[in-house]
Design a protein around this ligand. Structure first.
Ligand code: B1M
Length: 214
């Protein structure tokens, strides 16, 4: 499957996902061991100038084809929703595979997720949080040139006196904890599993402190 992902063969990836499911693999293992690991290999060769944008786009589309089979399976918990998150990739950035993965894992963990897609200016985030009233705001950036935009969004929340109304989680390959601290986010999430754990623990802490205030 890593080779099929590398070669951008979406049909073969769909077939591979279905074969692994029929062999009893869990959706999570297929996602992480087959798809995410395959995409990591694509990323290395993209970085090294062996693969180019059109090829990587085909790999990305194949990854999405596999993810679309897994998405309903991961979301199938039937449990009541434990919280709501609005998430989007920031302005200037069209990378969405990692963000989509975060959406899938959050849904699977029982969160309601409002996905704003890619290339979001601050207004889009503000409109969405006004409309959906989430507890969590998530932002994704994959480029060193777009990650500073997260600070624009957080600073705008501060200016409007709304910063403390939301848990702000940020993620994406070029980020780290120090960056998240520097821009005033609540936490940096290394991957989708960490995003779920962090969302759950910060939400629990927040609900605890709200209860003790009340
Ligand atoms: Co682009 N790209 N790309 N790319 N691309 C990178 C990011 C790059 C590192 C490749 C490289 O090594 N050169 C590089 C950035 C370099 C830098 O900024 N220093 C790069 C570049 C340069 C570019 C272009 C500028 C190339 C060009 O046009 N010359 C261009 C930019 C376009 C734009 O955005 N304006 C571009 C375009 C593209 C494609 C369109 C071809 C395609 C994107 C397709 C798509 O997403 N639909 C693409 C891809 C696929 C990649 C790589 C190869 C893979 C990214 C990916 O999907 N990873 C990437 C190389 C790399 O990252 N090693 C690269 C798999 C994914 C599962 O991981 O996204 O890290 P990731 O998500 C993880 C965590 O980061 C975290 O959880 C996820 C799941 O575990 N996470 C969050 C992510 N977001 C989160 C949000 C959260 C929490 C956790 O919120 C709560």
């Amino acid at each position: 499957m890593w080779d099929d992902l590398y070669d951008g063969l979406a049909d073969a990836i769909e077939e591979g996902v279905n074969i692994l499911l029929s062999r009893g693999w869990t959706p999570y293992d297929i996602l992480t061991k087959a798809l995410v690991e395959g995409m990591r290999i694509v990323g290395v060769d993209f970085r090294d100038g062996i693969l180019f944008v059109p090829e990587v786009l085909m790999s990305a589309n194949s990854m999405k084809a596999g993810m679309s089979i897994l998405r309903p399976l991961l979301a199938e918990t039937g449990a009541p929703k434990i919280g709501k998150m609005v998430i989007g990739t920031v302005k200037g950035d069209i990378h969405d595979i990692g963000k989509n993965l975060v959406c899938m894992m959050m849904e699977g963990a029982g969160f309601e997720v409002v996905d704003l897609g890619i290339n979001n200016p601050v207004e889009k985030y503000l409109d969405a949080i006004a409309e959906h009233q989430p507890e969590i705001l998530g932002m994704s950036a994959l480029l060193t040139t777009t990650m500073p935009y997260m600070k624009v969004v957080i600073d705008t929340l501060k200016e409007k006196g709304m910063r403390n109304d939301y848990i702000v989680l940020v993620g994406g390959a070029p980020l780290n904890e120090a960056f998240a601290d520097a821009i005033g986010a609540d936490a940096y999430c290394r991957d989708a599993a960490v995003a779920v754990e962090t969302a759950k623990s910060l939400l629990a802490r927040r609900q605890g402190s709200l209860q003790s205030q009340g």
